[in-house]
Design a protein around this ligand. Sequence first.
Ligand code: C2E
Ligand code: MG
Ligand code: MG
Length: 766
Amino acid sequence: MTKNLDYSRRDSGANVASNDDTQRLMAAGQRLAAEVSRLFTSQTDDRHYWLETMVNHVPDYIYAKDLEGRFLIANRATVIDNGFTEMEELVGKTDYDLHPHDMVAKTVEAERQVIATGSPIFGMEERAFIDKGYERWLMTSKVPLRNKQGVTIGIVGVSRNISDRKKAERLLLGQARLLEMIAKSTPLADFFKELILLIEAHLPGIIGSILLLSEDGRHLLTGAAPGLDDAYCAAVHGTAIGPKVGSCGTAAWRGEPVFVADILSDPLWEDVADLVRPFGYRSCWSMPIMSYQGKVLGTFALYSHKVGLPSAEQNELISMAAHLAGIAIERQQSEERIQFMAHHDALTGLPNRVLFDSCVATALQQARITGQWVALAFLDLDNFKLINDTMGHHAGDELLRIAAGRMLDCVRKSDMIVRVGGDEFIILLTGLPPDSGVVTSRLETIRAAIGAPLVLSGRSLQVSCSMGVVCYPDHGQTATELLANADSAMYRAKEVGRNNLQLFDAEMAAKVRAKLRRHEELRDAVARGEFVLHYQPEMNLKTGRIFAAESLLRWQHPERGLVSPADIIPLAEETGLIVPIGDWVLNEACRQNKAWQDAGLPPIVVSVNVSARQFRERNWVSRVAEALEESGLEARYLELELTESLIMQDVGAAIATMHELQALGVHLAIDDFGTGYSSLSALKSFPVRRLKIDRSFVQHIPGDADDMAITGAIISLAQKLQIAVIAEGVETQAQVDFLRASGCDDVQGYFVSRPVKPCAFAALMA
Ligand code: C2E
Ligand code: MG
Ligand code: MG
């Protein structure tokens, strides 16, 4: 076109001279005009041709329709993909003539809208016809088709096939959904089904199957195969894996993919071909499902009715599916492991207290309905601690395992043996006749089994056990009540010398109730602040000076009057109330001592008794520091009395705590010295300032030569170790004389003063 214009301009530029010229020029002009016209026509034809070729060569669909949706014109792709060979066959037809009506509705509606509004629609996604099982998706733009007057006479449409993109999108969405299912711990069966359906939707004509390896690692069990014939699945279930057991059996055996192109001719299927023949499956591609550690968990396989090997895409999908299945299986397995660990004891594999708690209510409920009895026994191995201490933890563990095994051998499947900690077990027997004789005889069998000789670390020995037994419904209605009563029965069993079984009775029940009442009372006393401290002076005989006071707890009971610590401390230790009570004592003693100092009395040390339970509290040292801080008392005026048994429970930890307390500036004393079992060699590593000789030795002086010898020995031991020493419970002049002569000048006892109220103590000091 451009070339054409240039040519005419050049000719007209030459048009200047004579008539001849003019005529020649006119002729030339006519020739030129004819040439231009010829050229122009031929170019128009070419352009038509080019346009047509262009339109017919693009893979997209290009078409125009009239106002009624009849095809006016369409490119080749449109013609062919609608099942025609020539455009004329398509012209005049509507989508309704070509596709199922439900599929067409959306398209027709869109075209109507374009015609009605005159505005185009761009990039609309439409589901188009199904082609050989594949769903087609199109991305379509439709613009109004107008005549020269600008009147809309139809639409022009351009559509692009986006099926592949849609497929990839759907696969991604599917994978995301599957991962979400794994994260939400969806049951494996549901997950497998979803996984297979996703793959099957992606690969028409292909059927997926998941098989799981049995616990023994030797058989394949049905996991999921929604598309496979049920009878075939049933036949495969339980197949032993091996080097020549079809695709899956072999893949699981080898731990590598086994893709069989033709089942009926492949030697791997030789032995199992009859199994599959009736169902017409011809190829089977199996991929082992592996764990993270490379263990075979099962197989993922695709079946087809056609002979052949998987395409690259199919291959990729199989790997992806096997990988996802592996993640899901491992996730479930680890969840099961966690569940098991949460409900079982790691050492013996027995159910633990958590599982017992969740089962016992059901057992009682069952008994309520059937009228049968339930028996519940606490069992303690006698002297287990001794075995643990003398033979080592390994032997102790082994003993627990042996005992657990022996107990299990004596009970039925419906019964339960529970390890509740240390050497304590609970036995739960269900479905019993209402007869305590039967209960005790069954439990005596267990006791006898545990008592049978055994070999531990090469040494043969015998262990006994103690049992406290209760029966439902006679000894309690709830698990809590039953356990509390079983505990009292066990307490009795130990009281009467262990190695026996005690059935709970009414007398025990009364004792238990009384005990519970006392617990309640003590709890109330804490809440009401009914405690007071009395102080007993500690005096130096040489100077006659009171240098310290021991604080001693009293309970100002509203009815019983002043209750002694002997009735408070054991109860408080049992209930844990010793911790708040002990805190109160510590704070009150510090406060009182500071108050005396502030009142102008000569400064003294106040000592506070510490119980083992208190001492074991994790923040015990900081509590002491707080008490000092709050009262404003200097640390050197506080002494803490520890007992030997407290220290010996865990010598290492105790020494560490003692050093922390020493660092605060607080003094430490060993109370009731001589009654515990502290090893003398350990004594030198205790950072203590004072030993308090127990009253029991002083008591019989001067009558008892042994006690005098012991007292004398303690005094000289303390002197050698350069530890101060004080005698407790000194009541008589004779005792004072002996102690003095033995080198102990510090005494505490009625000889000096009984423990007295704070005001009386202040008077004493003054
Ligand atoms: P302890 O620490 O050995 O205290 C000495 C006990 O001997 C006191 O008994 C005291 O009254 C008594 N006593 C002192 N001199 C004589 C005497 O000359 N003759 C006789 N017969 N007894 C004497 P108490 O106050 O009944 O305390 C008994 C035990 O209770 C204490 O023994 C101590 O182990 C414990 N205790 C007292 N208060 C507390 C406390 O606040 N916390 C803790 N954890 N235990 C405490
Ligand atoms: Mg004491
Ligand atoms: Mg004492």
